[in-house]
Design a protein around this ligand. Structure first.
Ligand code: MG
Length: 243
């Protein structure tokens, strides 16, 4: 009897669909992923476009609205100094972006909210990922560090203390437009702040604005911009990968 049951069970297995199909049918050999050497200890991955690593990169890769970029550079950092926003000479669309920043260790005692370590990572010069001191510093939530300014508060507050280096890692997909300017697909942004997910494939409503409601205007690839908001925020190790 036992033998009969075993024979029947084996027959069921042999006859089942999953057993009958060749596992090779679901193997994908059509597109071999490019080999990229990952970075470590602040070294970018091998296929990244370096935007700022050394002082000389400022003039090589960036300009201001009025001419050459004039932020203060020292060793491997550049510091906002009141000379205006800086933007990359190259234009970008879909991208992966890495930025390291730190808000000043010492700030005026009476400074608060938006006046503490304010700067901004503007993808395509239009979409601001807010840089701010948000370590025990309250402001409107969709304006704190890691917010997509006035559109989306960060999912959590992963801010480090003033004077500590912090990271933003961003995956950005640019908006897609029809010939007449109609939005076919809004821009999306995913952000890790110090390694913590704070924006999860958020669909932007348009350009991020200080006042007024966001809306889109048709555009193509655009420069990447860092904001001079009058606070001496520092940046280092800025790189980008085109997607
Ligand atoms: Mg800002």
């Amino acid at each position: 009897m036992k033998k009969l049951i075993l024979i029947l069970a084996a027959g069921c297995l042999l006859g089942s669909e999953s057993y009958a199909q060749d596992p090779k049918l679901t193997e994908d050999w059509t597109h071999k992923p490019t080999v990229v050497t990952p970075g470590c200890n602040q070294v970018p991955p091998s296929d990244a476009i370096i935007l700022f690593r050394k002082a000389k990169d400022l003039n090589a890769n960036w300009i201001s609205r009025k001419g050459p970029a004039k932020w203060k550079t020292c060793c491997r950092t550049m510091t906002v100094n009141g000379t205006g926003d800086i933007m990359t000479k190259e234009k970008f669309g879909d991208c992966q972006l890495h930025v390291e920043f730190r808000t000043p260790k010492k700030m005026a005692k009476d400074s608060e909210g938006q006046d503490r370590g304010n700067s901004g990572v503007y993808i395509q010069s239009l979409y601001e990922l807010q840089v701010l001191d948000s370590y025990k510093n309250e402001t409107y939530y969709n304006g704190q560090a890691g917010s997509i300014y006035k559109q989306a508060a960060p999912l959590v507050n992963a801010s480090r203390k003033q004077g500590k280096w912090q990271t933003f890692d961003v995956v950005f997909h640019s908006p897609k437009f029809a010939a007449d300017g109609t939005v076919l697909k809004p821009a999306t942004m995913t952000v890790f702040h110090n390694g913590v997910l704070i924006q999860d494939h958020f669909e932007l409503k348009g350009e991020t604005l200080y006042a007024g409601f966001p809306k889109y205007e048709k555009h193509g690839d655009m420069p990447f911009l860092l904001q001079d908001h009058g606070n001496p925020v520092q940046y280092r190790n800025v790189w980008i990968r085109k997607l």
